[in-house]
Design a protein around this ligand. Structure first.
Ligand code: FAD
Length: 626
């Protein structure tokens, strides 16, 4: 009934969908097996993509040929560029999305991708011959053969849902938990752990009094995620802001005795940076209010998501507390919030390619690796899809370096530092964040996608064209001089000192009060630049923005590049796969243990393992003959 596949992807969440698309677009014959085809690419929690550091990841996925950026743009109801008032390294795109349209768009794109077959079924175990995976076993009793398997089971492995004292099995509310896989992998020698996460109640928008809340509109000139020709939003929905108060807190406290978190019924570790409302009240007792975002679930529904009010307290307590929040006095709940506990596999058991060290051609991606968030899952799926395809074709894996992308940072952190609480991305995790900006994700990564055959023709053409335009523009700005008589009134109006003599436009752009776009619009430079800049407005704006960033931040960018090249020398020193760290007695005991566990492939990777000190690295360096 089934042919032998090149890649079987288990689970059609954010990781699974990207994995299937990437492997299929590279030419692999893919089978995507998921428990429920109606919930493909389901946003389990908030209907939003991107945000601080996560937005950079979506742009990187798009630049590499993944689909998340396109799907997000096509299903967006609001778009904002966060942190605009800070430097460009911090600018982070975020969209509010139509939950149903997001899932639908993903399914449509996958169904239109050649080389993907679909099966609605539950995988209950992997098939293996010795240390090599050979396929999967499903709950319908199918043995399906495959050269490689990618597990992306999200929050479903032995999932338990908690609401107050109620507790039942499930991978998400109203969806079955997945059973069998953890037990089998543990038998094969894998180590498994337990984590937890939670979600807020969903509300009936018709019962909300928005006049008591602050409106949060989208950007007036909304941008978008994808570098392709997806449309910018022409209309947007607003979000709303309200706050908890002491009355809300006191009401919530009446449920603490029944809380699965405080009673110890939940054993898994939760996300530190996405705490439940009861956790916030407990941990930040001095705060008399917490901000809540009231977010629309889509164009065609009145359902509303209450961001910031994640909870697993009894439904009656949730409801009572909600009615004490300004604007929610008459609220109706569509469904209560809940917490979920699930199995994950500590990621030190993976190689940087996301292939497991124990079973060859078996890959893990997404929440199964201890991460949290759609973007974190999607980018791992993309890399696992690429590397599964490459491994079965005897090609070396694609491993992004920390200086190449947030995706590289995320995977490197997971494997070298491990994680014992749900890992989410922050800009502070990246040491080269001036290089890893959202605006240059295409310039950084599309050439890699081109090299491996994942970039579409238009993508590579556009990036080359853009780089060309930027270079010409910068050169021309260095040459074009302006006269004080022509520009001084404008300079004074922008609060910057007038010129005494002729100056290049390049020098003017260095001034913090001025932007290239503002100069261009106000000094009527379009006459000069018409022939230099692209006609397409989106591309023109991108070229101007890039040129300006490269001019203004040149010092910082060059310095960071210098550090990268110094580190690269360390990075490139290989360590043999069978290197016996235990025999190197001059290493500290902790370093020996950690190095033996992680088995780093290069000295650079070894240097980032927590517990491995610079002195251990010099010992290794000497031993390796450097
Ligand atoms: P998922 O999106 O969970 O998808 C897994 C897929 O695999 C599902 O389609 C499932 O049906 C399928 N599957 C599982 N096992 C099998 C099997 N054996 N056979 C076949 N198919 C299988 N993230 C945040 O960033 N912030 C939050 O506040 C937050 N809260 C959350 C609250 C809840 C209640 C839940 C459930 C998740 C929350 N998340 C949150 C996490 C976010 O949803 C995940 O990080 C993201 O969806 C993970 O993507 P994934 O692809 O790894 O897995």
């Amino acid at each position: 009934m089934f042919p032998e596949y090149d890649v079987i992807v288990v689970g059609a969440g954010h990781a699974g969908c990207e994995a299937a698309a990437a492997a299929a677009n590279l030419g692999s014959k893919v089978l995507l097996i998921t428990m429920n085809m109606q919930t493909m690419a389901q946003m389990s929690c908030n209907p939003a993509m991107g945000g601080v550091a996560k937005g950079q990841i979506v742009r990187e996925i798009d630049a590499l040929g993944g689909y998340s950026g396109i799907v997000s743009d096509r299903s967006a109801v609001q778009f904002r560029m966060l942190n605009r008032s800070k430097g460009p390294a911090m600018w982070s795109p975020r969209s509010q999305n139509d939950r149903m349209q997001f899932a639908l768009e993903w399914r449509r794109m996958l169904e239109q991708t050649p080389n993907i077959d679909f099966l609605q079924d539950m995988v209950v175990g992997i098939l293996n011959k010795g240390d090599r995976v050979t396929g999967v076993l499903t709950s319908f009793g199918y043995n399906i053969e495959s050269k490689s398997v990618i597990l992306t089971s999200g929050t479903f492995l032995n999932g338990i849902i908690h609401i107050g004292e109620k507790q039942f099995g499930g991978g998400r509310v109203a969806e079955k938990a997945s059973r069998g896989i953890t037990e089998q992998l543990v038998e094969l020698g894998f180590e498994a752990g337990r984590m937890k996460t939670g979600t807020p109640p969903r509300l009936d928008g018709r019962s909300i009094d928005y006049s008591r809340m602050e409106e949060q509109k989208g950007d007036s000139n909304p941008s978008k995620f994808s570098f392709s020709n997806t449309a910018n939003l022409s209309r947007q929905l607003s979000c709303w802001i309200t706050y908890t108060n002491n009355d809300v807190h006191e009401t919530l406290k009446t449920g603490f005795d029944y809380s699965p978190m405080f009673s110890g019924r939940i054993k898994g570790v939760g996300p530190r940076y996405c705490p439940s409302i009861e956790d916030k009240i407990n941990r930040f007792a001095e705060k008399d209010r917490h901000q809540l975002f009231v977010e629309p679930e889509g164009w065609n529904t009145v359902e509303v998501y209450l961001n910031g009010f994640s909870t697993s307290l009894p439904e009656s307590v949730q409801y009572k507390a909600l009615t004490k929040i300004p604007g929610l006095e008459n609220v109706k709940m569509f469904r209560p919030g809940y917490a979920i506990e699930y199995d994950y596999f500590p990621p030190h058991q993976l190689r940087l390619s996301l292939e497991t060290k124990r079973v060859n051609f078996l890959f893990f991606a997404g929440q199964i690796n201890g991460t949290t968030g759609y973007e974190e899952a999607a980018c791992q799926g993309l890399m696992a899809g690429i590397n599964a395809h490459r491994s079965i074709n005897d090609l070396p894996p694609i491993i992004l370096e920390r200086s190449e992308g947030y995706i590289g940072v995320l995977i490197d952190d997971l494997i070298n530092k491990g994680t014992d609480e749900p890992y989410r991305m922050f800009t502070s995790r990246a040491e080269y964040r001036i290089l890893l900006r959202q605006d240059n994700a295409d310039i950084r990564l599309t050439p890699i996608a081109e090299k491996i055959g994942l970039a579409k023709e238009y993508q590579t053409f556009r990036v080359k064209q853009k780089m060309n335009y930027i270079e010409i523009l910068i050169e021309s700005l260095k040459e074009s001089k302006v006269d004080p008589n022509d520009v001084n009134a404008y300079l004074v109006s922008r609060g910057t000192t007038p010129l005494q003599e002729r100056s290049t436009l390049f020098n003017l752009i260095l001034r913090p009060q001025l932007t290239l776009y503002d100069i261009y619009s106000n000094l009527e430079l379009d006459k000069i630049y018409k022939s230099i800049l692209p006609e397409d407005t989106t591309l023109r704006n991108e070229v101007m923005e890039q040129a300006e960033i490269l001019i203004k931040y040149d010092g910082y960018i060059s310095k960071e590049r210098e550090i990268v090249s110094k580190m690269k020398r360390l990075e490139d020193i290989p360590i043999a796969t069978n290197f016996d760290f235990q025999k190197l007695r001059s290493l500290s005991t902790e370093a020996r243990q950690k190095l033996s566990k992680v088995k780093p492939q290069t000295l650079g990777q070894a240097s980032r393992i927590s517990g491995v000190n610079p002195s251990d690295i010099s010992i290794l360096m000497t031993f390796l003959g450097r």
